[in-house]
Design a protein around this ligand. Sequence first.
Ligand SMILES: Cc1cc2nc3c(=O)[nH]c(=O)nc-3n(C[C@H](O)[C@H](O)[C@H](O)COP(=O)(O)OP(=O)(O)OC[C@H]3O[C@@H](n4cnc5c(N)ncnc54)[C@H](O)[C@@H]3O)c2cc1C
Length: 264
Amino acid sequence: MKDFEFHRPKTVAEAVALLKAREGAKLLSGGQSLLPVLKLELAEPTDLISLAALTELSDIRVDGGKVIIGAGVTHDRVARSPEVAKHIPALAELASHIGDAQVRNRGTLGGSVAHADPAADYPAALVALGATIATDRRTISADDFFTGLFETALQRDEIVTAVHFPVAKRAAYVKFAHRASKYAVVGVFVAETSAGIRVAVTGAGPMVFRVPAMESALASKFSPDAIAGVQVSPDDLNSDSEASAEYRAHLVGVMAKRAVQACA
Ligand SMILES: Cc1cc2nc3c(=O)[nH]c(=O)nc-3n(C[C@H](O)[C@H](O)[C@H](O)COP(=O)(O)OP(=O)(O)OC[C@H]3O[C@@H](n4cnc5c(N)ncnc54)[C@H](O)[C@@H]3O)c2cc1C
């Protein structure tokens, strides 16, 4: 690992000013994705800006039909939050199956969405629920936020401050987890909100995606049988030692049916 300067700002404004002033700086949240990248020297930041002292990123609250979760909230806190469990139990359930206890105790919602790992769990929840990502300067819909493999709409000096999740009428997330890391080989989040029914898939492709054919079938009849005939094409899906593209395409159907079945 290369040397870097370490900063621990007390406000988001201070952190943004540091990012603007130092071209080679990177934000550090839970470090669960960034530290492996640094150890492998896949990134060599000149400065690390810790978000640990930013208390303004650590709230969970319910307001106007939305559950608003600060970027600095750990996966463990989401999993154990009474507010999340009451209003979007599927989200608490999702967080409880991220990695292991150590990852959940350090890793944060903001770090996960900013990193945009194609096998991460949260992107499926954000897209299926129609969430909005708040940053230090604007709001971005989840549909516009994830733009590719480890790519988002964030600017280099922009900080995710919170995610606003609409409360779902019913929702469930089911994943076929990697045997070691628990990342999603395929994960499907099905949600019905006031905006309609959405089916979002993570792990299967280079980024989270929706399955419109399943969404319209479920709008006619909300039942696992309704989507039994919907085939997802393996073209453009990931293929690796864990699962071929064809197997992932099959898993999307199986996980989606289980998620519909599990919807509260
Ligand atoms: C063994 C292991 C197993 C895992 N299993 C899973 C799993 O099953 N499911 C899953 O979804 N994830 C899994 N993860 C990833 C984990 O959820 C990470 O915590 C998460 O991806 C990154 O969050 P972090 O807070 O650790 O971010 P960091 O590692 O600190 O940062 C990640 C990236 O996001 C940037 N960043 C951080 N915070 C912000 C912010 N507020 N605004 C803008 N940019 C920011 C950083 O600069 C960096 O580029 C696993 C990780 C490990 C090590």
